[in-house]
Every structure is written in C-alpha cells, then in structure tokens.
Design a binder for this molecule. Structure first.
Ligand SMILES: [Zn+2]
Ligand SMILES: [Zn+2]
Length: 354
C-alpha cells in the first residue's frame, strides 16, 4: 500500500515540476499544435454520407458553453451552414474544419441569435483560403444583412490585405454575395440550390411577426435532413419534412419560460418578465416538436435552439417533460458538437459527437 502511495506522490511531483520545465512545456505544446494543425474535420467531407453537425444549440438566453443557432451540413465535398449564431464559428473551428471548403450559408431569418457570426464566418473562411466570394442565401432582407456585415468588416479586410499582400488575401474574394429567394406560399417548397448532387429546398415557417422566416431541407445520396429555423408549430414545416430521415427542430420549454417569468416578477425584474411573456407565442414546445416529427413521419427528431438552454442534465429532463408520451423513441436534445451521419442509400443513422 505504501509503495502505491509513493508512486502516486512521485507522479504528482513529476507532473507539478514538469509543467514548469521549458523542455517539457515545449514537447507538450508541439504535440497540441500538431493536433490542431491536422485537419481532423476532413473525414466529414467524404462523399459517402450526408452529415449534420450542431455548431450552436442555444437561443438568446445565455449559456456558459453552448453557441447560438447553427447547423453545418456536409455534402458534395463541402460544408454548408444554416444560421450563424454568436459563438458558432468558434465551436465549428474547434472541430478542425478546413475553412476553404465552405459551400455557402443559408439564413432562416434575421434575429441576432441567427446572424451574429456572419462576419466571422466570412472573414475566417476567406483567411482560410476560400477560392470564391461567399454566397449567403436567405429570404428578402438577406441583401441588407449581408451589406451591413460587409461594411462593418471593410476596414478589417483592408488591414489584412495590406498586411499579408493582395495575392495572399485577395480583396475580391473577401466579398459576400447575397442570394435572395423568392417569397413563397405556406406549404410550398422551392429548390434554392442544386450542386454536386446536393439539393436544398426552402419553405415558410411561422415565426410571426418575423416575416419572412424559412426552414431548409437538404437531400443528398438518398438521405435527408430538415432544419426548422425559428417557428411556432408549423404545418408548412410538417409538409416539407415528410419522410425525412432527420428533423432538426427548435424547441422552447414554455413551462420553464413561465416559471422564469413568475420569478422575474417576484424579484422585481419586470423587463425580463415581459420578455418571457412575449416569447411564448412564436416558438414550438418540445411536445409540439414531437407531434410535428410524428406528423411528418421522420426517423429522428433532434431538438436544438433550446430556450432556455439547459445548464445541467437534470434540467434537460425538466425541459423534455411529456415528450416520451408523444414519441417514445427517436428523439434527443442536441448539445453543441453533436454529429449525425446518414450513410448513402441506407436507413442507418449514426450519432456521435465532435
Ligand atoms: Zn427568431
Ligand atoms: Zn432564434
């Protein structure tokens, strides 16, 4: 027993002293840098499956680790982004992504928790060697959002070109190109992109008074993923999600939101109480998301854009109260880094995390 204690003590002292020795520090640092420089995300770009990675699962309410709304879809050797919530570039970059392989960005609507990192996505993928300007698809209004971000980043772009040379950081490739989609009727689906075997359709959702607000359906190699954006329970979404493999749906736990509102009132926080009251109407509860998933006949329901984002495991259970009664299997609450892999022409759904 005594020798075990001696070994543990020796290791602890070695670890403590080692961290302060430059030689050891350098070895550890080199190893960590090598891991970062290896493109760990490369296998996600292989053209053998449709993949979706949750790069942000929170909502406007704060959370210590979750970024705000963002989904990365990997298809045709590129990655495509649905919404760029604050913090989402950082979360995606941590997966070791090759920034130059971005295909484009799809915005669902223009609330800040969906667009905050747009400038960052543009800048970082340009700096990472993106060969073309960045396409940003969205409903009417996308041109205004894109132009605003472009202007806000204009000085930064100029500094970097001046610093690294125009050959290395070509200013014309730093641009974003807004692609405005035509207005649609509820229940209608419009093809907004067909490229490298990937087909993307858009459809209206119900986020009133925010109009237009849309969701997207991605189809590739016989597999499909539907992303809701922000919506109250929507029959237009249910129609667009028919038979999809995966539905990534927003969710707001109104039973918790009401509780926050009550406690805010009791604690003399009337602004917070008013906001909690106002937001109840334009999102979907976890139970309603489960109903929509059943209605559409999807295999897997993934809830994201969680309002409020659960801070601990116990709160995830509180959040999803009642869902099991509606859908006893085939659903989960997403965490940042959740990866869903849908191998070509099969029924398999692989779930892992990055
Ligand atoms: Zn919204
Ligand atoms: Zn939102």
């Amino acid at each position: 027993m005594r020798w075990i204690l001696a070994v543990v003590l020796l290791l602890a002292v070695g670890f403590f002293v080692g961290q302060r020795v430059p030689f050891v520090q350098n070895r550890v640092m080199d190893k960590a840098i090598a891991v970062q420089l290896t493109n760990r995300g490369h296998e996600l770009l292989e053209q053998d499956a449709l993949r979706a990675l949750l790069c942000g699962t929170a909502s406007p309410l704060p959370h210590p680790t979750r970024a705000k709304a963002c989904v990365a879809v990997y298809a045709g050797g590129k990655f495509w982004i649905v919404d760029t919530g604050p913090g989402s570039w950082n979360r995606l970059a941590l997966t070791g992504i090759d920034a130059s392989r971005i295909g484009g960005i799809f915005l669902t609507h223009f609330h800040s928790d969906h667009i905050g990192d747009l400038g960052e996505f543009n800048l970082q993928t340009w700096a990472g060697g993106r060969p073309k300007p960045l396409r940003v698809f969205g409903p009417t209004g996308v041109e205004r959002v894109v132009n605003g971000f472009q202007e806000a980043y204009a000085l930064d772009t100029g500094y970097r070109t001046a610093h690294h040379s125009p050959e290395f950081m070509p200013p014309d490739k730093a641009e974003m190109l807004p692609v405005v989609m035509e207005d649609m009727q509820d229940g209608e689906q419009t093809v907004v992109l067909e490229e490298d075997g990937l087909r993307v359709l858009a459809f209206n959702v119900d986020h009133s008074p925010v109009k237009p607000a849309v969701g997207y359906r991605f189809e590739y190699l016989g597999r499909s993923v539907v992303i809701s954006g922000d919506t109250a329970k929507s029959s237009s979404l249910e129609a667009a999600a028919k038979g999809a493999d995966v539905l990534i749906h927003e969710a707001q736990a109104n039973h918790i939101i009401s509780r926050i509102g009550d406690l805010a009132r009791q604690n003399e926080r009337p602004r917070a109480a008013t906001i909690m009251k106002d937001i109840v109407s334009y999102h979907t509860t976890p139970e309603q998301a489960a109903q929509s998933a059943n209605e559409a006949g999807v295999e897997l329901l993934v809830m994201y854009h969680l309002i409020p984002p659960p801070p601990i495991k116990m709160m995830e259970r509180v959040f999803a109260r009642g869902v099991d009664e509606i859908r006893d299997d085939g659903w989960l609450l997403a965490d940042d880094g959740l990866l869903i892999t849908l191998p070509a022409d099969s029924d398999e759904i692989e779930i892992s995390s990055r």
